[in-house]
Structure formats: structure tokens, C-alpha cells
Design a protein around this ligand. Structure first.
Ligand SMILES: [Zn+2]
Ligand SMILES: [Zn+2]
Length: 269
């Protein structure tokens, strides 16, 4: 049983292809389930499309949902198409996100922290000139925010929980064991899954999110795992699914999960 819950398409302005291309790629990759999970619009901004190369406009959300629902019907019996979304987590705007997303029949919502401490998590310049202590504080604050996102109750799955390493591989060497354990304990207590996101392999860090040592720690705390390729090109759908499954079995996991109609679906590993 093969699934991939994290895929993008042209609406965000930085992914290739339309939704149908990703579904077709999913069928070719042998998936039984594909989740479509475009980036949320920036609900906290006045403009309809505040950042055209990052996310769709607010006015496009209804069309996005309708297109996925139409394709779900069309592909029924061939592949299970799920309606998802990758939501930003901005604590001060969480109520806006909740209100906007509540009105649609999402199968699941992936919660991703993309900003912390006033910077994009992907901005490598944020580390320039920081002392070792400040680096630990930066990493700890990022993990704290992810824990907070888990507790918000808005999400079913947390996206790429060590994505700060994607353009700054040294991130993984910064020692913040307490912040890591606090985050994982909070995630486990919140009953939210984390994804193994294989897109990290095509970034500077060259590794999946999160790194193996974090997955081992996640297993220790009983954190559930889901899978997402985070494809921004159709060719990546399902990328490394089998390798991730065997890594998880090696760690001790016997099952992983996806969400349909906001209900947890357990898949044997
Ligand atoms: Zn993207
Ligand atoms: Zn993301």
C-alpha cells in the first residue's frame, strides 16, 4: 500500500504542472492514494496574492478545492485522490487560517513552520555571525514553534520538521537535545503525525526531513509517521517511498499513517 500526501502544482508559482499531472504520476509510481497539498494563501495579508511565487491568491482557494474534488470523482477506482493543503503556521494569524480552512472538506491539513524569529527558515543568512549559544537558541525556538503548531489542534501532520537544515546543513550539528525532546513529546501528546519528507534530498543538505537520528528519537516518544515527497515536479511523486519504509522498519516502526476525511488511516509497514 503506497501513498504520498505532499504534492504541489502550478498555483503556488514555484511548482511545475497541473494537478492531473501529479495524479497521473502517482498512478505510474504505483500509488493507491495521492494527497494534493498546495500551499495556503497568505490569509494575514491584505492583498489577494501577497507573494505570487510562494502561494496561490486567496481568491484561488475555492477553485483549487473544486478541481481536486472533481479529479477525486474522475479518478475514483483508479487512485484515491485526497484533498489536502500545506498550511503555514503563523501564531498571530492562526485564527484567520482556521476560519478560512474550516469551510472546505479537507481530508487533512499539513502544518508547516516556514518562518521563525523573523526570518524564513530557509534563509541561510540568518545564521551569519551568530555565536554557538545563539545558534542553539535559534534552533530551540524553531522546535518550540513546531511543538506549538502541534498543540494548536489545526493540523493532522507536521511538514518537514527539520527543514531549517535544507540550505544550512550545519543545522543538524547544533546541539539542542532538550528542545528536540520537548518538541517530540509535545507532538506525541498532541496525537499529530510528522511526515518523512523526501524533498530534502534534492536540497543542499541532501537528506530527507527529518534526519534519521530525529526519527529514532521520534520512535522513542511514540510519534506517528506519514509520508510526503513534497513534489514540485510530477516526476518526484512517491520519491523514495520504499527506502523510507525500510528505514522506518529498521528503526522499529511497524505502521505509518495517512488521513482521509480527517480520520487516521493506519498502513502496515
Ligand atoms: Zn512549495
Ligand atoms: Zn513546506
Amino acid at each position: 500500500m503506497k501513498f504520498d500526501l505532499h504534492t504541489h502544482h502550478y498555483r503556488c508559482g514555484h511548482a511545475d504542472g497541473n494537478i492531473r499531472d501529479y495524479i497521473e504520476a502517482g498512478i505510474s509510481a504505483g500509488l493507491q492514494v495521492i494527497g494534493i497539498s498546495d500551499h495556503t494563501p497568505y490569509f494575514g495579508f491584505e492583498e489577494d496574492q501577497a507573494f505570487p511565487n510562494t502561494a496561490m491568491g486567496k481568491s484561488q482557494l475555492a477553485d483549487y478545492v473544486q478541481e481536486v474534488l472533481d479529479l477525486k470523482k474522475e479518478y475514483a477506482g483508479k487512485i484515491d485522490v485526497l484533498l489536502g493543503i500545506e498550511s503555514d503556521y503563523f501564531p498571530h494569524h492562526a485564527h484567520l487560517y482556521k476560519a478560512a480552512l474550516d469551510s472546505y472538506p479537507f481530508d487533512y491539513i499539513i502544518g508547516s513552520v516556514h518562518f521563525s524569529g523573523g526570518y524564513s527558515i530557509f534563509d541561510p543568512t540568518r545564521w551569519d555571525g551568530l555565536s554557538e549559544q545563539e545558534k542553539v537558541a535559534t534552533k530551540s525556538e524553531y522546535f518550540r514553534m513546531i511543538g506549538e503548531s502541534a498543540k494548536s489542534g489545526m493540523f493532522h501532520i507536521l511538514g518537514h520538521i527539520d527543514a531549517m537544515k535544507s540550505r544550512y546543513p550545519e543545522f543538524s550539528d547544533i546541539e539542542a537535545p532538550e528542545a528536540l525532546d520537548d518538541m517530540l513529546r509535545t507532538i506525541a501528546d498532541s496525537g499529530v503525525a510528522i511526515e518523512v519528507n523526501t524533498s530534502g534530498k534534492i536540497k543542499l543538505c541532501g537528506l530527507w526531513h527529518p534526519i534519521d537520528s530525529m526519527l529514532e528519537r521520534a520512535f522513542h516518544f511514540g510519534v506517528e509517521i506519514s509520508f510526503g515527497s513534497d513534489s514540485h515536479v510530477p516526476e518526484r511523486v512517491g520519491d523514495d517511498f520504499e527506502l523510507v519504509a525500510s528505514k522506518l522498519r529498521e528503526i522499529g516502526y511497524t505502521e505509518w499513517v495517512y488521513y482521509k476525511q480527517k480520520q487516521r488511516q493506519v498502513v502496515a509497514l
